[in-house]
Design a protein around this ligand. Structure first.
Ligand SMILES: [Zn+2]
Length: 392
């Protein structure tokens, strides 16, 4: 990353210059770091709620899911329309600089919402829920879904090796036997991956999504991330839903960096963490026009407050208040109020909101959303990952 400027035409990055591109409005972005819009490698937008539920460590995902579904908080969440949970999940991602999220759910559930979300969810992917015999019945089976992924050049996404029981620890071998392991595979969690599993993953060119906070919360253990990275496997970072995972992707990067230090006594470099939320997921999810700032790519961008030092540190160390502007498909969608002239100039309608004492501008109607959610649960429900001030 160097000083310079980016010209956007329609939804595409038209040029990247070292200095002096013309902007449609004068913006002082001297003290800022521009990066590709962040990609959240794993989430369940329908599961966006707060706080976390569970009493781990669990043997696998199933007893956690049972605890979740019998919790009073789940019943509370069930009072809310699916559409509003989707919107809440999309706002949670957007305000943390995420322009694309991998929402893992059967397509018929998400399909009605893609066009109303303030940030993008990946539409085209093949999937399984997980690999063991107690997997939920998502998709048409591993072999059929993987073949579809190859045919359409889309990712095949599945939870895998998320736990310790005798079946789950063999998930990777099972996946391979079923024809689901290849360079289109995106493998989420992998807590039980062995060294030989990882060699197989590397040989096949598959990608892995690391959800450190969710793993530690549910299992008090995470994947052998050092071995994955040392082998040169393509690793992405995901938050998972906030009912098991981190508050948002900014929190998750910091958590994962600290976890790595705790586990291995070494620093996971900020530049590497930044790749794990930009170019690595762009490769894993086959988003060929995302993940880097270059001519011809989609103009999905995030601007962060410059904290000094190497630019990646300004992203990894960022809090919500440090996200200055988010642009999706060349259109501003969220930012500091000082960027409102950009929204006006481009004819993007927006609302003014207050978050953590600062005025912000944002597309959609977050206050209306938070009021609807509060009405549904019959008290003022607030979310630390989307701390918008509102009256109820
Ligand atoms: Zn998940």
């Amino acid at each position: 990353m160097k000083p310079g400027s980016v010209t956007i035409k329609d939804d595409t990055i038209e040029s990247v210059q070292k200095k002096g591109a013309a902007l449609p409005v004068a913006l002082d972005i001297e003290k800022a770091v521009l990066v590709p819009g962040l990609i959240n490698g794993h989430d369940h937008l329908l599961g966006t709620y707060y706080p976390k539920v569970g009493d781990g460590p669990y043997e696998n995902w199933l007893p956690w899911d049972n605890d979740l579904k019998s919790a009073p908080l789940y019943n509370e969440r069930q009072q809310i329309e699916n559409r509003d949970l989707y919107l809440l999940g999309a706002f949670r991602n957007l305000v943390s600089g995420v322009t694309t999220v991998s929402d893992h759910i059967p397509h018929f559930v998400a399909e009605p919402y893609y066009d109303i979300l303030p940030t993008k969810a990946i539409r085209n992917y093949a999937l399984a829920h997980s690999i063991a015999s107690f997997a939920l019945n998502w998709g048409d089976g591993v072999d059929v879904e993987y073949a579809k992924a190859v045919r359409e050049d889309i990712p095949f996404i599945t939870h895998i090796a998320e736990g310790f029981d005798s079946e789950t620890v063999r998930d990777l071998m099972t996946l391979n036997r079923q024809g689901g392991l290849g360079d289109h595979s995106v493998l989420v969690h992998g807590i039980a991956f062995s060294e030989s599993d990882m060699k197989l993953i590397k040989q096949n060119g598959a990608s892995v999504v690391w959800c450190g906070d969710s793993n530690v919360y549910m299992f008090n253990k995470t994947t052998n991330i050092k071995m994955l990275l040392d082998m040169g496997i393509n690793v992405c970072i995901g938050t998972d839903s906030p009912m098991s995972g981190g508050l948002n992707l900014l929190y998750e990067m910091k958590f994962d960096k600290a976890l790595y230090k705790k586990l291995y006594g070494k620093e996971l470099p900020d530049a590497q963490l930044l790749k794990m939320v930009t170019s690595n997921p762009a490769r894993a999810f086959r988003l060929k026009k995302n993940g880097s700032i270059k001519e011809g790519n989609t103009a999905d961008l995030a601007l962060f407050r410059d904290r000094g030092g190497p630019p990646a540190g300004s992203v990894v160390q960022a809090e919500l208040k440090d996200v200055l502007l988010v642009v999706i498909n060349g259109r501003p969608v969220y930012g500091n109020a000082e960027y409102s002239p950009l929204f006006d100039k481009l004819g993007v309608s927006y609302k003014r909101i207050t978050m953590e004492g600062e005025e912000r501008v944002i597309v959609g109607d977050p206050v209306g959303l938070l009021k609807r959610i509060s009405r549904a649960v019959k008290f003022k429900k607030e979310f630390p990952f989307f701390p918008v001030e509102f009256e109820f």
